[in-house]
Design a binder for this molecule. Sequence first.
Ligand SMILES: [Mg+2]
Ligand SMILES: [Zn+2]
Length: 598
Amino acid sequence: MVILAGDGDFPALADVGGTALLGRQLAMIARSALHDVLVVTGSAAVGGYCGDGERWGLAVRAVAPDQVAALLAETAMILPGDAVTEVDLDRFLEHHRRHGAAATLLVQPSDHPDQGDLVVGAEDGRVLGFRVPPHVGDFHNLAWTGPAVIERRALNGNLSIRAQVERLLSAGRPVQGYRSPEYVRRIVSADDLERVRADGTAGLPDRLSLRSPQPAVFLDRDGVLNVEKGSVTTVEALDLIPTAPPALARLNRAGFRTPVVTNQAAVARGLCSLETLDAIHARLETGLAAQHAHVDRIYFCPHHPDPTLSGGVPSLLVRCECRKPKPGMVHAATADLNIDVARSWMVGDSSSDMGLARACGMGGILVRDGHGGRDGKSSAQPHVVVDDLADAVRFILDVWPGLSVELDRLAADIKAGDVVLIGGLARAGKSLLAQCLSLRLGQSGRAGVVVGLDNWLKSRDQRGAGVLGRYDLDAAHQALTALARREAPVTPPRYDVWTQISHPGREAVTLAPDDILIVEGVPALTQPAWRALATRRLYVATDEAGRRRRFHAEYRRRGWSDNAIESTYEDRLRDERPIVLASRAHADAEITLDGLLG
Ligand SMILES: [Mg+2]
Ligand SMILES: [Zn+2]
């Protein structure tokens, strides 16, 4: 293990969060299986600081550059001495050994790729060369940030690693890239020092570390990062959604892993070659980088399950394990990026993204952009519905931390097999509360199954008077009773909000004895028989002005005119509000999401 600490005391001895930078590096090495460290320095103070390394449990020697060659181990890991680094060194070394390369470079997306060299890499992770600025055209945002593993025989006794790597490349020797999301930040200026101190206070180095599983925000591509256009098959057709890059940059700064998981059946259909797809992804990365945002990796499924597709690429017309909602890409990302899937999110515009979220036990956030979930590929419900990625990021970073505390408070009083009713006025946030409660229960190893009473809304021309006339209460009652008693599977009807027509259901709901049944809807607390089934009765209270705003927004999205919306709103104030407000008296707890819903 070699640390290139430089000639002076700065930044090796600069204070970063109460510890000298060099001390942080030695502490990190002490957490790995590595033990012998050469600190290459011309500074007596740096040498004095390390001593023999005993206080880190390491064997450290401070040496001059010309002494290093004779002391190197066969495989040397080299760290820049001017970078705050939090890397799982064992994993890095393992990657080097597995690929048998002459050298392996730690590569990652750069926040400022315009200012530095980029690595040109091959599909299999081989490094092909370096690209120096100015970078003209599109590029894959991948830079070498300094850490390297190199074979002693390849090093030639020369510690100028970049020059050695160039020599290896021109000799055709294998140089591998090790893609890591981990924290490596050079300190060149006082500003850099301030920034790494702030990052340390925020816990960013630990959150980015591969040493422990960390949450990710899995991102669908089309409809989330770029405009959904049916199929993007040329570089020119890729248009970034303007609000996406700044939102992604927020996720990057917060330390979330950000893998993209995208179905690209256009490849199987013969509409887009793998080379074109790669060029499209280079354009995507370039556009994101221009706004200091990056995705950790892009996983794509090039397959299509129909073997008879005319014009298709025969080898790709297969039933695979990676086409969403199948979880293959999530599994690959989880292995590559050490992801804590249960604390992760999937942001997508398609029902198959929500199916993937459900299949993996992640929180599913549906964006109204793109397909807006209306593609009918899966019946999986989202946990949260928002306008776009920017709103999804606001939910994850600003809403969820507080909401999850509230949910834990509620969940503490809920036992296995309970029946929870959630009532309240339309647009109060009942469905969000129900879905997020079930998500939170799932994160603590329990299962909450949400049943929405809106499934039993009658077709428009079948409705009786008032709020209770809009629902098929008898059918809902039979279903809820059967579910609460865990008798038989129930197949709720489906109400289509766009056409206002009720259809026969397709998906059966089955409850295990321990599953928690969560029933949400406007009439949830209005029926004495349902209240008798329930062990918990929650009322979602809301401020009327905010509710009216959300009511208008929802019906505007459904294509209603402002007049129709307002008169419906007024009707409901008369025929719905008094009955629902009266049901509030039967609740044993009240909760409000105002302030969270905006
Ligand atoms: Mg999409
Ligand atoms: Zn696939």
